[in-house]
Design a protein around this ligand. Structure first.
Ligand SMILES: C[S@@+](CC[C@H](N)C(=O)[O-])C[C@H]1O[C@@H](n2cnc3c(N)ncnc32)[C@H](O)[C@@H]1O
Length: 391
């Protein structure tokens, strides 16, 4: 078989649908951002797959199609249609409020698409994925009957690739959309919001917390890193007596307050503070809660920041554990894809030991089925939620 014009060669064995720069032995000259490039085996010219290359990203190559056949535009369109169809067929997914494309999990690497009613919020994790988005969007609109989209390059990805972050919208695309999750109304602020605007990945966990809170009389709940109020509103809807919701970001809190007003939730107290300092203050004041939720941002965004991030998970959990009443529940989450569930669990175990509390794992959950994970890409299961009974 003759070697294609654009190729890169692996150093060792293939490992899932990505090749990092350090995994490459050789690259063809002149490869540019987004070039459709063949991945060659370490020995010989066997084509293992075709993917998108980026010259300055640490993820040098992202697989589109496995094997020797290159994907064409119709292949990409078909992948987008298949992703939409999987959501439409699932009895567990709310078709109007779900993740429609989950990057590698839907064979469309570095591309995430969330649906909020008539609108698709698109996030690119590499500029290499822009041509995919351009091909996928018309297919998704057609398949789902959606009208608007907002396309943005993730700020961290932009920095890593030496680009400026940018946003592009369909004509007349609204900046605010209202959605309903589990009977709770949320206004999503696409301009000021984080990521695509709303954390759809916690949908099932919010519903589960709601059921748990409903089973406890006069429950007191603490939602740490509350963003637009997801867990706090779920707890209030379950009839919690008092909910305290804290976030560092004033704009996120403004969204959360608006959402509380939309739902006429009167039991939530919002606090703008750094979680670490605020948890210390609560402990100093002798406060305790039946439920504590920790949903911090990604503390391990890269391999380089692993130890620092692990220490932050440890410290946050160590500060939260003393605030949980005996028999109460700590829902502690990590959205760091580079950390396995076991590694996260181990840090929380150490935190519980340091805090002098016993933590029993009742359940380990993640995102819902609209966030499918390829087994050869376990990083796709980035969200880990430990449901811990504390004594
Ligand atoms: C993953 S989001 C939480 C999503 C939320 N639980 C939901 O259901 O929508 C993480 C939040 O942590 C907040 N945050 C980041 N660092 C923080 C800190 N040091 N203290 C408090 N909040 C922080 C961010 O502003 C962001 O709103």
């Amino acid at each position: 078989m003759s070697r294609p014009e654009r190729w890169i060669r692996l150093r060792g064995k293939p490992r899932g649908p990505r090749a990092f720069r350090r995994d490459l032995a050789e690259t063809a000259p002149g490869l540019g951002a987004g070039d459709l490039t063949a991945l060659l085996a370490a020995d010989g010219d066997e084509i293992l797959g075709w993917g998108l290359y980026h010259p300055s990203s640490q993820v040098a190559w992202r697989e589109l199609r496995r094997g020797p056949e290159p994907p064409d535009e119709e292949w990409v369109r078909a992948a987008a249609r298949a992703a939409a169809e999987r959501r439409r067929r699932s009895p567990e997914i709310d078709e109007r409020l779900c993740r429609v494309v989950h990057a590698e999990g839907d064979d469309l690497p570095a591309l995430v698409v969330d649906r909020y009613g008539d609108l698709l919020a698109v996030e690119l994790f590499s500029t290499a994925a822009l041509p995919l988005a351009r091909l996928a969007l018309p297919e998704l609109h057609e398949a789902l009957g959606t009208r608007h989209h907002r396309l943005a390059l993730d700020a961290a990805a932009a920095r890593a690739e030496g680009e400026a972050a940018w946003v592009e919208t369909s004509p007349g695309c609204p900046e605010l959309v209202q959605v309903e999750e589990d009977g709770i109304r949320f206004e999503i602020d696409l301009r000021r919001g984080h990521k695509t605007g709303f954390f759809l990945d916690q949908r099932e966990n919010r519903a589960r917390l709601r059921r748990q809170v409903a089973a406890v009389e006069e429950a007191e709940v603490l939602d740490v890193c509350c963003y637009s109020g997801g867990f706090a509103l779920a707890a209030a809807a379950a009839g919690a007596a008092a909910v305290t919701a804290v976030d560092l970001d004033e704009e996120a809190l403004a969204m959360a307050r608006r959402n509380a007003n939309l739902n006429r939730s009167r039991s939530i107290r919002f606090v703008q503070a750094d979680a670490f300092g605020y948890l210390r203050t609560l402990a100093a004041n002798g406060r305790s809660f039946d439920f504590v939720v920790l949903d911090p941002p990604k503390f391990v965004p890269s391999r380089r920041e692993r130890e620092r991030g692990l220490a932050r998970y440890h410290d946050l959990n160590k500060l939260a554990l003393p605030l949980v009443r005996p028999g109460g529940l700590l829902l502690t989450c990590s959205c760091s894809g580079l950390l396995s569930a076991l590694e996260f669990q181990e840090r929380v175990r150490q935190a519980a030991r340091r805090a002098g509390r016993t933590a029993r794992l009742e359940r380990l959950t993640g995102a819902g089925p609209d966030h499918p994970v390829r087994l050869d890409f376990p990083e796709g299961a980035y969200l880990k939620a430990l449901w811990l009974r504390i004594t």
